[in-house]
Write a protein that binds this ligand. Sequence first.
Ligand SMILES: [Zn+2]
Length: 471
Amino acid sequence: MTFGRIAIILASTASVAVLAQAAKEPDWKALEEETMRHYQAVLRLDTRNPPGNEVVVAEYVKGVLDKEGIPSVIVGSDPKRPNLIARLKGNGKKRPILVMGHSDTVTTDEAKWTHPPLSATREGGYVYGRGTIDDKDNLTGGLMTMLLLKRLNVPLDRDVIFVSESGEEGSSGIGIGYLVKEHFPEIDAEYCLAEGGGVTRIGGQVKYATVQTLEKQPRGIELVAHGISGHGSIPLKSNAIVHLAGAVAKIGAWSPDVRFNETTGTYFRKLAAISPPEVAKYYRDVLSTDPKVQKAADDWLLENEPRHSSMLRTSVSPNIFTGGYRSNVIPSEAKATLDVRALPDENAAKFLEQVKRVINDPAVDVRYTGASERPAGPDARLDSEAYKALEAAGTRVYNTTTLPMMGTGATDMAQLRAKGVQCFGIGPAVDFEDAPKGFGAHSDQERLLEIEIHRFVRFNWEVISNLARAK
Ligand SMILES: [Zn+2]
């Protein structure tokens, strides 16, 4: 009898625990309407930058958080362009995790849109609108995870911080730059999740997930050619435009050395393992220590997969060329600007010397345009608890393998990595075929599959609850 009673008590405690556990898994089907409502709401708020006016998103998000009793503050240096910071408290056993989504978008050319860019129109399984994949998807994912953690009253080993930052698209001084400078203790975290990764679908099938663990550092280099000015009827050997054209042509033909880091080495190895043999060959060959084998693969990538070519090296692209003002005047100066995307460990001074050697023309001055707005920082660790949680969520939610990836572009994670936060870029699944059709980030149009915003919310939840839940 006594034994029986103990057994019953044990059994009932156990089943209560099981029930509690089960109750903490969100009802995903039931959440879809709410996810879509918030996603469409923020898409319909006009935060095209310039001018940004991100205050409308900050206020909307604050309203949603207020209703749930999640504390948040709106902070900024420009009242029209503030940021939002929210925090759910944990027991402090571990350092916080931060999840971010930027509230501004790039501008639009409305004539190019089938559905107006701020309409968030749902059609054929897609949601159309500026910001659908850059970055109101991450904003919605982070917001929904905050709501779920609070509603389900999940006990936390660490604080979960949610930030919606303004100005990511070219004015990060008022966004992440401002936050890091003026409010760093409020956003300081062990880990951060933001935009920059994603899941690749090809032919409607998920092929792999990427997590951005590192990014290149944007720098500008200016070439200024000097010569003697004169009458156009008397050609001069010192013609500045001729010297500049020669310098730019040399840069165009130059390919800086290939160099791998932990992220890119792992990326190409894993990509080779999951790709069809005819392309896998190039991903493997580019890692070869035989310079001839590597060169052939490098050439193929530049021709066929230029993004991958850029991942191999510090890249240089001449993007502005100016000089002259009258057809009968030889100008004394001509100028070109090179977009340099440096590997994170690049030595800036040495690289500039290399550029000067390649140009090898005393008539052409070579200098950086200024300091980068994005500091270089270390890569996020692939052996961290966070990376493992991301891999696990990739398997659970997308049933796919995860590749660490170095972004060729810049994100707001740069400023945080420089402060020692381990940052990981994530994103929803998009069709590989969609960007070439003109529906990518910053494209003439932008869209996301409805099912993929829901799946992405679940991915966010899996990762954050896994890393923050009390254990
Ligand atoms: Zn973005």
